[in-house]
Design a protein around this ligand. Structure first.
Ligand SMILES: Nc1ncnc2c1ncn2[C@@H]1O[C@H](COP(=O)(O)OP(=O)(O)OP(=O)(O)O)[C@@H](O)[C@H]1O
Ligand SMILES: [Mg+2]
Length: 363
C-alpha cells in the first residue's frame, strides 16, 4: 500500500479530496477539542441538528448537542461518557437538534494523535428510521401473536361449548323426553314440556355461540363453506339478502389466510348488519392465482370513511386492516352517505404454492 502522498498526488490535491469527502459523506463528522468544544463540523451534522456551522463551531460544547449515551433500556446516561475514553468504536447516543428534538444516532469516537493536543473526532449516523422500522416490526410481531392466541382461545372455548355444555344439554333433553313418556299428572307433564322447550333453546344458543366463536367448518371444510354458513346466519338474523359469487379455482388456503379472510368478511357483514340499514349484501370471492380478492358490497346508508375512522372508537375496521397487513395484504373501504359501502380485501397467495397446514388443526 502506498503513502497518501503517492496515492493522492500533491498535498493540495490530497487536501481537496479529504475536504470533499468530509463535505459529501452522509454520516455526520465533528471534531471537538480537549475541553469538548466543537471545532469542526461537516454539512451532514448541520442537516442532522438544524444548527449551522457558525452556530456550532467555537461556541457550543458537545454536551449541548449530545443528550447522553443510550442504554438498552432506551434511557440516556452520561456515566462512562465516550469523552473519557481514548477510543470507542461503536456506541449509541441521543442527539439534540436546534429545535430541541431528540433522536438516536449510532456513533464512534477516537482521539486524534498526540500532536493534535487531545482533539477527538466523532462520526454519527441517524438511526431514527431504522429504530422506527424495528419498532414497527416488533409491533407487528406482537399483533400477530395476539391474533393467533385469540384464535386458538376461541377455538378452544368453541370446542368446549360444543362438546361439553352442548353434549350435557343434549343428554338432559334425551332424559326429559324419557320422563315425558311416563305416566305423569298434567301439571308435571306441563313442567316437563317447559323444561324440554328451555333445554332445546339453550342448546341452540350454545350452538350459535360456538359457531360465532369459531365455526368448525372453517377448519374442516374451508373458507367458502364457512362463509356460506355465516351468510345464512346473517340472512336469518338480520333480514338481509346475501349473495356469494365465486370466480377462479376452489381450493384450500393456508390456515392463517382462511382465518383472516373469514374474520374480515365477518366484520364487514356485522358492520352492514349493525349500521347500514341495507336490504342486500353481495360478496364476490375471486381466486386470482397470485392473490385472493374479496369484495363485500352493501346497498345501505353508507358513511364518511375518514371521519368515522378518525373519530370513532370502534376497532373493527382497524382489526380488518391489521389482519390483512400481517399477510401482506390490504383492506380498502369505499363509502359515502347514501351510496352504500364497498369493502375490498386483497391478500397475496404465498409464492411457494398453497401449503397444506390444515393437518395441524385438531377439531
Ligand atoms: N357498512 C357500513 N355502513 C354504514 N356505516 C358503517 C359501515 N361499516 C362501518 N360503518 C361505520 O364505521 C364505523 C367504524 O366501524 P368499526 O367496525 O371500525 O367500529 P364499530 O363497528 O363501531 O365497533 P367494533 O367493530 O369495534 O365493534 C362504525 O361505527 C360505523 O359508523
Ligand atoms: Mg365493527
Amino acid at each position: 500500500m502506498g503513502t497518501w502522498k503517492e496515492e493522492l498526488g500533491t498535498s493540495n490535491e490530497a487536501i481537496s479530496l479529504i475536504q470533499s469527502i468530509f463535505t459529501n459523506v452522509s454520516d455526520a463528522i465533528l471534531v471537538i477539542d480537549r475541553d469538548g468544544l466543537i471545532i469542526k463540523v461537516n454539512a451532514a451534522l448541520e442537516r442532522m441538528t438544524g444548527w449551522t456551522e457558525e452556530e456550532l463551531v467555537g461556541t457550543r460544547h458537545i454536551c449541548e448537542i449530545c443528550r447522553g449515551m443510550a442504554t438498552c433500556m432506551e434511557e440516556s446516561t452520561c456515566t462512562d461518557c465516550f469523552f473519557k475514553q481514548v477510543q470507542m468504536p461503536s456506541f449509541e447516543m441521543r442527539l439534540r437538534t436546534k429545535e430541541g428534538k431528540e433522536f438516536p444516532v449510532a456513533a464512534s469516537s477516537a482521539q486524534l494523535p498526540k500532536e493534535s493536543n487531545g482533539k477527538m473526532v466523532m462520526i454519527l449516523r441517524d438511526m431514527s428510521a431504522q429504530q422506527r422500522a424495528e419498532k414497527e416490526r416488533y409491533q407487528s410481531k406482537l399483533t400477530h401473536f395476539a391474533i393467533q392466541a385469540q384464535e386458538e382461545e376461541r377455538k378452544r372455548i368453541s370446542r368446549e361449548l360444543h362438546d361439553g355444555v352442548g353434549q350435557a344439554l343434549y343428554s338432559i333433553l334425551v332424559g326429559l323426553n324419557v320422563v315425558g313418556q311416563g305416566n305423569l299428572s298434567d301439571p308435571i307433564r306441563q313442567h316437563v314440556t317447559d323444561l324440554l322447550h328451555m333445554t332445546s333453546k339453550a342448546m341452540e344458543e350454545v350452538k350459535r355461540m360456538a359457531l360465532e366463536l369459531r365455526p368448525s367448518a372453517l377448519d374442516d371444510l374451508g373458507l367458502l363453506p364457512a362463509l356460506r354458513s355465516l351468510m345464512k346466519r346473517v340472512e336469518k338474523s338480520f333480514n338481509i339478502q346475501v349473495e356469494l359469487h365465486t370466480q377462479g379455482t376452489r381450493r384450500r388456503y393456508p390456515a392463517a389466510m382462511e382465518t383472516a379472510l373469514y374474520r374480515i368478511v365477518q366484520e364487514a357483514m356485522t358492520n352492514t348488519a349493525k349500521y347500514a340499514q341495507a336490504s342486500q349484501l353481495g360478496i364476490v370471492f375471486e381466486d386470482r392465482e397470485k392473490e385472493i380478492l374479496v369484495t363485500v358490497v352493501d346497498d345501505g346508508i353508507g358513511f364518511e370513511v375518514d371521519k368515522a375512522l378518525h373519530t370513532g372508537k370502534g376497532l373493527g375496521v382497524f382489526g380488518m386492516k391489521e389482519r390483512a397487513q400481517l399477510l401482506g395484504g390490504t383492506v380498502d373501504i369505499r363509502s359515502a352517505p347514501n351510496e352504500g359501502t364497498t369493502v375490498i380485501v386483497r391478500i397475496p397467495l404465498p409464492k411457494e404454492g398453497i401449503e397444506d397446514d390444515h393437518s395441524r388443526v385438531n377439531r
